[in-house]
Design a protein. Sequence first.
Length: 163
Amino acid sequence: MILVLLGTQNNSFHRLLEEVDKNIENGNIQEKVVVQAGFTKYKSKNMEIFDMVPQDKFDKLINEADIVITHGGVGSMVSAIKKGKKVIAVPRLKKYGEHVNDHQKEIIETFRKQGLIIGIDDVSELPQALKKVQDLELHKQEEGTNNIVKIIDEFIQNDQKNR
């Protein structure tokens, strides 16, 4: 099963769901797809879509997922990584009104450099990411909370230096 996480951001991330739907239609995705869409309103005959789910159902969905496709929110990525899931992360972008700035690109790049995820810059790269994620060697994060906190801290420190 593929789980798509759009977080709780109050802006739509329609582009990602359109691309996932397209990849189901053309056969690139053959697994069941479940979506936690948050505030993104999207109808599809190909996906099971929930606005928000209670924490216990969220945990169950992550546990059942083979692959997690997520926006670049730290919480969504960390939840999937800690469960040992293969993660494809796609940033919400300011130019599409999906977020207030493009910080998700930087966060995704930081996690990608650590080998924790497949990070893509645009939804059009999803077909390649779906192939690439099959070969992703998971870095087990048993003690990963400290490592993830270190990664996030480094990101924040670098961001503050660049201001």
